[in-house]
Ligand binder design. Structure first.
Ligand code: G6P
Length: 516
């Protein structure tokens, strides 16, 4: 099935090629998801769905997509199939990965060649046998992009002209963002060498776990506390996630994305002309929803996984989004971007200091909670559980949810009299508002009448056995609680979650491996 793409037009087929119903569906869904209004059918190509064939004949539009037959399909062709317009750089949609998988089943031979060691310090195009290799300087390209997005002058002004001078520590956790951290913090912002650590990428990450959370980024947390550092930040092994941590101030990813959204227009030039919409993954706390409501913006709740944000961005309905799993980003690219989030926070602090000289992370957090209330949030990870026990726990919950007496029942904490009344319990399902695709079984949730939630999910990324994730969220408008440690504020709810799921009974685990 040869094909090509021409801007906002998809050209498919040629030479009387036949497209199966599945392939047809894929074409239409991708076209809709990418805002493509025009599909040109190559010479004598046949789309198999009768409705589509009828449309082709009558040149009618379907959901804004105009199908036209053409004798000049144009565009590059390949041996395998449809060349989709997925040039937005985001994670490949499932339809595409499924198609690729199908193709792999027909591969009968492959060839390999020995490449000489490439000198990556030489930028340019080089020929190696039949291969043309282009070496780019990704760091300088990325820094140029960030300089278009953020006001580096404002950040520098805050860093160098405030008394006392704010202190900063960036930790690349021996991952890929080391050179980026050096370029931004040392070369661009003019900070000293001791404002960065672990910035030489190592294949084994220095023997550590390159995860920016309180457990694995403890070296950063300890250094920030020991040296009274105003602004600490870490990004992960491949640079798409981030953690923001200042002296005595851990910013949960759920609060982080809400606060970035709140300050965006004021602190980040990229958003000066307005924010299009906001979004979060389902288990992420509702803090960002409150910002959206205040600003009159659309807010989407999508399943866990960044790919769900891409369609909304391509359709011009989403600017800023985040996940509780330390991913935060915007529509400048179609992936979460750890370094972007860190520079966004530097921008927020620089802007906050214009209003309140000396403002630190804690001041920004407290100001936010005073305006919107605080969503206490925590995630418990039980790693490498026996898959059977974990699945049995999920089945137990599903059965419980199916019992009509569960909604309306009261669940009591084990160590106090605090209780919660069940308002809703279900398995999260999402219908993509752009292409209509439906994703089911995305996490079991219980919502209580006071707005609190507990969620149970099996990780899709764990490497052995099953990882059970328990997410708990409790909203408070009581100012005297804002300074509380999240674990204290959430204790009764965590007890209820452990009780109702019988987690210990099913998994044999009495404490989580990681708490965030
Ligand atoms: O399924 P989990 O282990 O909870 O992982 C969920 C995470 O997986 C990947 O890292 C995706 O890129 C993230 O967008 C997602 O949040």
């Amino acid at each position: 099935m040869p094909g090509g793409s021409q801007g906002k037009t998809i050209v498919v087929g040629g030479d009387g090629r036949y497209f199966s119903p599945e392939a047809t569906q894929i074409i239409l869904r991708l076209a809709a998801g990418n805002g493509i209004k025009h599909i040109i059918l190559g010479k004598d190509a046949i789309l198999s769905t009768p409705a589509v064939s009828a449309l082709i004949r009558s040149h009618k539009t379907d959901g804004g997509i105009l199908l036209t037959a053409s004798h000049n399909p144009g565009g590059p062709e390949n041996d395998f199939g449809i060349k989709f317009n997925i040039s937005n750089g985001g994670p490949a949609p499932e339809d595409v990965t499924n198609s690729i998988y199908k193709i792999t089943e027909t591969i009968s031979e492959y060839k390999s060649m020995n490449l000489p060691d490439l000198d990556l310090s030489k930028i340019g195009e080089f020929n190696h046998g039949p291969l043309k290799v282009t070496i780019v300087d990704s760091v300088s390209n990325y820094v140029s992009l960030l300089k278009e997005i953020f006001d580096f002058g404002m950040i520098k002004n805050w860093l160098h002209h405030t008394t006392p001078k704010p202190t900063v520590l960036f930790d690349a956790l021996n991952g890929v963002t080391g050179p980026y951290g050096r370029a931004i913090f040392v070369d661009e912002l003019g900070l000293s060498e001791d404002s960065i650590q672990n910035c030489v990428p190592k294949p084994d990450f220095g023997g550590h776990h390159p995860d920016p959370n309180l457990t694995y980024a403890h070296e950063l947390v300890e250094a920030v506390e020991r040296n009274n550092i105003e602004f600490g930040a870490a990004s992960d092994g491949d640079g798409d996630r981030n953690m923001i941590y200042g002296k005595g101030a851990f910013v949960t990813p759920s609060d982080s994305v809400a606060i970035i959204a709140d300050w965006a227009e004021k602190a980040i030039p990229y958003f000066k002309s307005g924010v299009k919409g906001l979004a979060r993954s389902m288990p992420t706390s509702g803090a960002i929803d409150l910002v959206a409501k205040d600003k009159g913006l659309e807010c989407f709740e999508v399943p866990t996984g960044w790919k769900f944000f891409g369609n909304l961005m391509d359709a011009g309905r989403l600017s800023i989004c985040g996940e509780e799993s330390f991913g935060t980003g915007s529509d400048h690219i179609r992936e979460k971007d750890g370094v972007w989030a860190i520079v966004a926070w530097l921008s927020i602090l620089a802007a906050a200091n214009k209003e309140q000289p000396g403002a630190g992370i804690n001041d920004v957090l407290m100001k936010h909670w005073k305006k919107y209330g605080r969503s206490f949030f925590s995630r418990y990870d039980y790693e490498e559980c026996e898959s059977e026990g974990a699945e049995a726990m999920m089945s137990h919950l599903r059965k419980l949810f199916a019992d009509s007496s569960f909604v309306g029942s009261t669940l009591k904490a084990s160590s106090s009299d605090t209780s919660f009344k069940v308002a809703e319990a279900d398995d999260f399902s999402y219908t993509d508002p752009i292409d209509g695709s439906v994703s089911k079984k995305q996490g079991l949730y219980i919502k209580f009448t006071d707005g609190s939630r507990v969620i149970f999910r099996l990780s899709g990324t764990g490497s052995s056995g099953a990882t059970v994730r328990l997410y708990v969220e409790k909203y408070s408008k009581n100012e005297s609680e804002y300074g509380l440690d999240a674990q204290v504020g959430l204790k009764p709810l965590i007890e209820v979650a452990l009780g109702v799921s019988k987690l210990k009974e099913y998994t044999g685990r009495d404490k989580p491996d990681v708490i965030t």
